[in-house]
Design a binder for this molecule. Structure first.
Ligand code: NAD
Ligand code: TYD
Length: 338
């Protein structure tokens, strides 16, 4: 099987490539990645010489390039490539529409033109919007995105659906909850707080910190995608979740305890506009129909993640310089103005 992974130099994509090459050593992987601020070839240094792995630097919006790659006997496209940070989508929505919507459409066109066997769109629980205290979204819940990020991901989902319905493209959509684990860019809650706490820096909690996310260890997401790739039904949507719901303050407490750091590092800052209060997914469909379940409990996953960031300081210290620090200076100013 020859798989085109887009966005494979990012957090989940790089974990997925390594998962596939270790579980299916005879599969071939082509990784197309633009190497934005979030793309990092260091994530893949241990497999870069693998004979069945090829990296191509490029943009999913580049139709000619995408066609050239897909024409070369690609069987499956797994589309991870995206702009992914909600805060950035508030400051600069345009690139989210370009990559997440137009880029997906270009991939869909190529999949159709060269008749790939499966197109897997990696989507997110954020397309459903925000939940109250009880309940969980199913695959048939309405799409009610609240940020430019989630709106662009919902738009891409609708395009994928339309290519399945209109042109009969063999496509599947997966919607996963918040991931955490090794190689996550330190702008997202868990890696930002671990790397800040390690150096006794402030942990900026948005608003009251009682916002709830449903967390999944990244390897369990890769395992779920393995089930979808091999057993998923064309035209279906699969929710993926561990059902480990935590408030941001609970997570912060766990990180601080694990690192033996004081609660005084917590700083409540101005809230994110349109901040979704709670995400939770009903993932009974993938569990019952494809036999998937997560292996890591939240406590195990977070312990492994903290240990990974302690052991891999070189990886994230290289990121937390120059461009990253400039972004943060701008981010703090922009957030206060909102
Ligand atoms: P990430 O930000 O770590 O990585 C995104 C990757 O896409 C980077 O390597 C980047 O260089 C690449 N990229 C961006 N624009 C591109 C373009 N135009 N052409 C080619 N490559 C491009 O993201 P992630 O957290 O690994 O998320 C991967 C996917 O999973 C995204 O589609 C995201 O919406 C989805 N998702 C993420 C989470 C999560 O918690 N991280 C949860 C559910 C779904
Ligand atoms: P994030 O990792 O950005 O993921 P998402 O918004 O896509 O779920 O944020 C997770 C939660 O943590 C969200 O409720 C916002 C909150 N958060 C903070 O309180 N402080 C921060 O510095 C960040 C990055 C996030």
């Amino acid at each position: 099987m020859k798989i085109l992974v887009t966005g494979g130099a990012g957090f989940i994509g790089s974990n997925f490539i390594k998962y596939i090459l270790s579980h299916y050593p005879h599969y071939e992987i082509v990784n197309l990645d633009k190497l934005t601020y979030a793309g990092n070839l260091d994530n893949l240094s241990d497999i870069e010489d693998n004979q069945n792995y090829q990296f191509i630097k490029g943009d999913i919006c580049d139709q000619k390039l995408v066609e050239r790659i897909v024409e070369d006997k690609i069987d499956v496209i797994v589309n991870f490539a995206a702009e992914t940070h909600v805060d950035r989508s508030i400051y600069d929505p345009k690139i989210f529409v370009e990559t997440n919507v137009l880029g997906t459409q270009i991939l869909l066109e190529s999949a159709l033109k060269f008749k790939t066997d499966i197109f897997i769109q990696i989507s997110t629980d954020e397309v459903y919007g925000s939940l109250g205290k009880v309940g969980a979204f199913t695959e048939s819940s309405p799409l009610l995105p609240n940020s430019p990020y989630s709106a662009s991901k919902a738009s891409a989902d609708l395009l994928v659906r339309s290519y399945f319905k209109t042109f009969g493209l063999s496509a599947i959509i997966t919607r996963c909850t918040n991931n955490y684990g090794p190689y996550q860019f330190p702008e997202k809650l868990i890696p930002l707080f671990i790397t800040n706490a390690l150096f006794s820096q402030e942990l900026p909690i948005y608003g009251d910190g009682l916002y709830i996310r449903d967390w999944l260890y990244v390897e369990d997401h890769c395992k779920a995608l393995d089930s979808v790739l091999h057993k998923g039904k064309i035209g279906e949507i699969y929710n993926i979740s561990g059902s480990y719901e935590k408030t941001n303050l609970e997570i912060t407490d766990l990180i601080l305890k694990k690192l033996n750091q004081p609660k005084s590092l917590i700083k409540h800052v101005k809230d994110r506009p349109a901040h979704d209060r709670r995400y939770a997914l009903d993932s009974s469909k993938i569990r019952n129909e494809l036999g998937w379940k997560p292996d890591a409990s939240f406590e195990e996953g977070i312990a492994k993640t903290v240990d990974w960031y302690i052991a891999n300081q070189k990886w994230w210290q290289k990121i937390k310089t120059g461009e990253y620090l400039e972004y943060y200076q701008k981010h703090y100013v922009l957030r206060e103005k909102m």
